[in-house]
Design a protein around this ligand. Structure first.
Ligand code: NAP
Ligand code: MG
Length: 498
């Protein structure tokens, strides 16, 4: 199938079309956004109400696929951060810590149900504001976000089973800072366990993707959750820093870059604040010669090209056993030629828009660097829309361990490919990274899977699949990928004292 595809052409209006040898092509299948309500301006969600920022300032939030302005959102300053933390503290003392656990659970269930009811709207807004293909936001981000609330709602009145023989207690006020690659899902990962454990929350979404978090604020308001239990404040990096430094915060949960994670760790050192960090990654995806190769290639593509490689656990380093290298490379090249890059709202699109101009520049710098380092580049032949931020799926072969493209997180649809001969060699190569978030192993042999999963230094290792998530399963890293776990029982315990 793959080799029958000739080339994709942009249609000039941003809609990609697939041309086959037979002469027919996919017609655009855009998801309608005409019924979506995005306000022209959003204020801060503090104490159960939308309030104006003290600075009086707002900043634009755009659609990275069209560069069109979607809305403007409030810029929080130190006074707003203080107001939000005070609202969270008051809600904690006044309502949340006194509320019977099963009542807390009901609110969390309700939020989950409301996310499900508004799933289509949330998926479209996620795609418009973040650039990811609608297929991803519709089938992955939004259902998983609802599932996280659903799962943790069930824990709210069972905390004594989470920490047996202990008396679990909430920590108090949790400050939560999230990145732009899974805006709604990361909000759910943070808010759901915090509430279930009895904490109140101040959440800061990333600068470029505030809209689904603000929609979640509307849902939370409609759910009747006591005012101030969840506060959502928008702003830039300094808003996050103000939250980290605030004296009345008991817990900081951060997902983002290793660089900012290190700054936060230093800021928190010597304080009573509890900290969890979910940081960057440079995952190894390893294909052995006995692997089901078509399935493996599909997993590799899913691991790095879907969601534009904007995934902290993206399988960005591919290791292929030497004897099947040529075969895998050919299959991979064929497959990436079939990927449709373009309008993220189109249901046929595989690879949507890069989240921001700044991120596209970073990716392009790494692509140029890869060439300078002497690696060989292969990019899919598709055309990309002229407006908006897009990057074609990119492979690098002839890569050595010391290349920066094989060491540093690119956070884009760029895959480096290396070969290996033995288990020992690939384990050493895969572990030769400052990161340790995730890895993938493709082989027919169970014993090989067990051997590798015990020796690879990564928090999550998938076998014969990739990028699979479930609320019951913990997720988190080793080394410079951070510490603490989100998801499952582990995710709950980082919001509890005993
Ligand atoms: P980032 O620059 O570290 O930003 C993450 C969040 O922190 C944003 O809300 C950001 O605000 C805020 N922030 C920036 N400077 C801050 C400071 N000094 N103090 C407190 N908060 C601050 O990361 P990003 O560029 O948005 O996201 C990409 C990174 O996140 C990648 O490295 C990726 O691997 C990592 N990531 C990790 C996971 C995981 O689970 N391990 C999941 C997703 C992403 P602004 O947006 O306003 O700058
Ligand atoms: Mg940043």
């Amino acid at each position: 199938m793959a080799s029958s595809v000739k080339k994709k052409n942009g249609t000039g209006n941003g809609q990609p079309k697939l041309k086959f040898n037979t002469g027919w092509e996919y017609a655009p299948a855009p998801e309608s956004s005409s019924h979506i309500k995005i306000n022209s301006r959003y204020d801060l969600f503090i104490g159960g109400k939308f309030v104006k920022p003290s600075s009086g300032k707002y900043f634009d939030t755009i659609n990275p696929a069209t560069e069109a302005k979607l809305s403007e959102v409030a810029e929080s300053n130190t006074a707003d951060v203080d107001k939000a933390v005070k609202a969270a503290r008051q809600a904690y003392d006044k309502y949340w810590k006194k509320m019977p656990a099963r009542e807390r659970g009901k609110y969390i269930f309700r939020i989950s149900r409301m996310i499900q009811e508004r799933a289509r709207e949330l998926a479209i807004i996620e795609t418009m504001n973040g650039g990811k293909a609608i297929r991803e936001s519709r089938d992955i981000d939004v259902p998983l976000a609802a599932n996280h609330f659903f799962y943790y709602a069930g824990w709210a009145d069972k905390l004594q089973f989470a920490l047996p023989n202990k008396t679990p207690k909430p920590l108090g006020v949790a400050a939560q800072i999230i990145p732009w690659n899974f805006p709604l899902l990361m909000a759910a990962w943070k808010i759901a366990p915090a509430l279930a454990a009895g904490n109140t929350v101040v959440l800061k979404p990333a600068e470029t993707t505030p809209l689904t978090a603000l929609k979640l604020a509307e849902i939370i308001q409609e759910s009747g959750l006591p005012e101030g239990v969840v506060n959502i404040i928008t702003g830039f990096g300094n808003t996050g820093a103000d939250l980290v430094y605030h004296n009345d915060v008991d817990k900081i949960a951060f997902t983002g870059s290793t660089e900012v994670g290190k700054i936060i760790q230093k800021a928190v050192a010597g304080t009573r604040k509890k900290l969890t960090l979910e940081l960057g990654g440079k995952a190894a995806n390893i294909i052995f010669d006995d692997a089901p190769l078509d399935q493996a290639v599909e997993g590799i593509v899913n691991g790095i090209f879907f969601n534009q490689g904007h995934v902290c656990c993206a399988g960005s380093r591919l290791f292929v056993q030497e004897s099947v290298y040529n075969k895998v490379l050919r299959k991979l090249k064929d497959r990436i030629e079939t990927l449709i890059v373009g309008d993220p709202l189109d249901k046929n699109t595989d690879v949507g828009a890069i989240n921001s101009k700044a991120q596209l520049e970073i990716i392009n710098r790494y692509i140029a660097l890869g060439k300078e380092e002497g690696a060989e580049i292969y990019q899919s032949g598709c055309s990309v829309p002229k407006k908006g931020f897009f990057c074609r799926p990119t492979l690098f072969t002839n890569v050595s361990q010391s290349h920066r493209i094989a060491q540093e997180e690119i956070f884009g649809p760029v895959l480096t490919i290396q070969t290996f001969r033995t288990d020992e060699e690939v384990i050493e190569k895969a572990n030769n990274s400052p990161y340790g978030l995730s890895a993938g192993v493709w082989t027919d042999k169970g014993s090989k899977i067990f051997n590798l999963t015990t020796k690879l230094k990564a928090g999550v290792i998938w076998a014969n699949t990739y990028n699979k998530f479930d609320p019951t399963s913990p997720f988190g890293g080793y080394k410079e990928s951070g510490f603490g776990r989100e998801g499952g029982l582990h995710g709950l315990t980082s919001y509890l004292a005993s």
